[in-house]
Design a protein around this ligand. Sequence first.
Ligand code: AMP
Length: 396
Amino acid sequence: MQQILLAINAGSSSVKFQVFAAADASLERRVSGLLDGIGSQPRLIIRDGTGAVLVDKSFALATVASVEAAQEIVGDWLEAAQELIGGKLTAIGHRVVHGGADFTRPVLIDDAVLARIVALTPLAPLHQPKNLAPIRAWARRRPDLPQVACFDTAFHRGHGELADRFAIPDALYQEGIRRYGFHGLSYEYIAQRVPEVFPGLARGRIIVAHLGNGCSLCALKDGRSIDSTMGFTALDGIPMGTRPGALDPGIVLYLMREKGMDAAAIEHFLYHQCGLKGLSGISNDVRLLEASAEPSARLALDHFVYRITKEIGALAAVLGGIDALVFTAGIGENGTEMRRHIVTGSAWLGLTIDETANRTRQLDLSATATGPRVLMIPTDEELMIARHTRDVLAAR
Ligand code: AMP
């Protein structure tokens, strides 16, 4: 029987979704959609498999006030579009940010699994509830449909102990305070995609730069993650749109003691008021910062590039060299200037960038025919979710 799979990737104020028809080993994309501006200016855009726009509709704030409400809008549309998507949905796969130490692969969701995902909420307080909302909404709407949880941490669970540890007492490590790493679905997709486009790199030492709203780097060896810049939570590593990346923990103590901030205030500060937005005082969006003449905008972008090049050096040390640097996600795929500055700052590793290839968004951006490659590969987290969902169902 042909499977019709819905892949859901729910963020803080948006839900990305795609429907795939699974036949044999192939997955055919039938529709892709984005409902963003949830809680502010909700707007739904749906495209067919060729990219043609099928729906572009704005909603009143009250109609789509939550990620849960967004599922009803999406669900109603999919029900009416059965002919287009190839029939009734047969399963749903979800991106779940935190899988803790135990979830090393995607799993079919049942009550026990759901309780374990809920229990991990303190480790990803802002993201996990947004991932749980669509799981619950669909369980109510279509209790007959199997749902699969695909964890952003799972791809990193093979990290060696040295990469997995903080320099803190063992009891805390055993309790689960370890470097989990995130953006795993994106990195897993890139790890599968690289050998398809560059077979010679299949066993290579690759650093992937996932630069979007959230940003991190991942060191891949033989297609497996061996280290990543993100740690216990999605706050660690390189700066992001509104998160600072790695921070001296003494700053948190200072905020508590001298500024009287409690945990909730610090959490809000670290997730929403730092990074490019905090440093520039203007925006979290690279496009706006690049267009701005304010010195603080330049400072924010320069600091972003500085921290990324520094961490590329660190991961190159972990890998013992580098065969390729791959850019992906919103800034990685579209930020021509950011790519140029990051590669220029990493020239000591033998990385080069061809300006024409960079501007015209080629796959291989390197300026030389030999030596380490600089690649731009669009990520596809929803396809990865669909692959996992298909495979979990097949293994049942
Ligand atoms: P994502 O989370 O992968 O959707 O990435 C979103 C981010 O990509 C936005 O916040 C922008 O900063 C960035 N972005 C999108 N388009 C561009 C562009 N043309 N140039 C630079 N950055 C971009």
